[in-house]
Write a protein that binds this ligand. Sequence first.
Ligand code: CTP
Ligand code: MG
Length: 556
Amino acid sequence: PRSISRLLSCPGTIAASVGNEEQSSVVAEAGIEDKTLQKKFSEVQKERREQAQRTVLIHCPNNINEKKFLKYLSQHGPVNNHFFYESFGLFAVVEFCQKDSIKSLQNGTHTPTQSTEAAIPFKSRFLNLRLKNPSSQVSGQPFVQTTNQSPPSSKKLFELLIYAESIEEQLNTLLKAFQLTEENIRLRHLTCSLIEDIAAAYFPSCVIRPFGSSVNTFGKLGCDLDMFLDLDETGKLDVHKNTGNFFMEFQVKNVPSERIATQKILSVIGECLDNFGPGCVGVQKILNARCPLVRFSHQGSGFQCDLTANNSIALKSSELLYIYGSLDSRVRALVFSVRCWARAHSLTSSIPGAWITNFSLTVMVIFFLQRRSPPILPTLDSLKSIADAEDRCILEGNNCTFIQDVNKIQPSGNTETLELLIKEFFEYFGNFAFNKNSINIRQGREQNKPDSSPLYIQNPFQTSLNISKNVSQNQLQKFVELARDSAWILEQEDTNQPFSSSRQPWGLAALLLPPGSGHTSLSRKKKKKPMSEKVKGLLASIKSNSPDSSTDTSGK
Ligand code: CTP
Ligand code: MG
């Protein structure tokens, strides 16, 4: 209701009920409250981008008075939405109703002058609010209510899980605790928009688009922010002015390959971010990777950012995951739990290497749900077969067509519970013939592996690529063993009884316990990994962390 009034007060803006914990991020992303009217991915992205362009990020003094702050800002036009959060200081995200307000605000903003250092006068939308009388500045707790941008601690998570009433409720609780909040989604789009302003210094009509878990409905609080620089002009050309016998081309510089062009562009943008990007620190140019990227931290938003160029296939695969995540409420609940489980057992890592990735795990869950009877998720080929003419999409010669409107997809008749599904997931992959079969969500069935990679998961759009090419036999073996262990734990009657053993970890909580602590399963008792295994794993990761193999498929 609050969101509706906001919507009415500011025409053309997204209705979003900030702070409503009950609302799933799918719905929040879609910006609507009625699930039967899901927006298309491209519409959501367009609205979020436009919203971000009317937004500023302000570092505030801790003792700020919210009312006075808003009054001060409204001099420049009505404020549609705002929230505060803490991250090495107090920050405010302020969304105006109109873009013009930002110009007005910037016109009254000073470039700081310091006696010892010199400022690079780059005028961005990342601002610092100062009190005229600094002596009244106090440190300590902020005076305003702040929103949370980080995931719960494992202690908090265990508490939440232990007090749930069923495994089903545990999975949904975990989802709610980890999913991106409305505020966090806004902050992600705002960060991309701020980076876009910097890249626009070179390429005025460029777009920085977020992709990956920030937008595919599978993002966990604290996950990295993947973005790419889109310089593609196709679709923006004014065809009406292109009649007659001629057409015009820009004079350009040529380089030997697309890859070199990408490297050159990312190189100068990396320099830009490093030299005058407010808040951009630790800029690393990783240009020799298969998919060249610039990695940096954005202070203020606190995001670890990966910037690539022309990565439209990865954006399309984010859209596909968005469709799968929006189709059935069980999908996200299952994926979040599997991802947390993998993280808890160090199957995934923030360091690139021979580990399985969250992206691969998500595709494995989708595949598993396609294999249920009746299927919970449709195959990619069937999403392609019901596509309309407007859905047609060919990228770099790959057919990436599938239906974009979730509302046109028939819901599944399968009514299996999350408790059954998680157990069956571990059974299924604990016994999967990884040595001979590959995972393929396009057809929704196993196929013979085309090469000897330990884990072969076909890239849904670049079908000759394996998205888990980096995974070593050791890591796959570890995954299989843990999956078997977990299936075994879930089969034990007593661990699945919420109230049986005086608030001992049960159900999902028992699965998330790190090896060696508390709960002991059969195989864990008999095979506690010797230290050398860990060392081996690290060495393997360092080896495969050479620039050329760390990001070996199109992702980054
Ligand atoms: N991607 C890909 N092929 C890969 C790796 C990644 O196509 N081998 C694409 C996927 O669209 C993926 C995106 O790049 O979603 C971002 O990759 P990554 O950050 O590794 O995965 P996320 O899905 O963002 O998950 P995480 O939360 O771990 O960042
Ligand atoms: Mg990511």
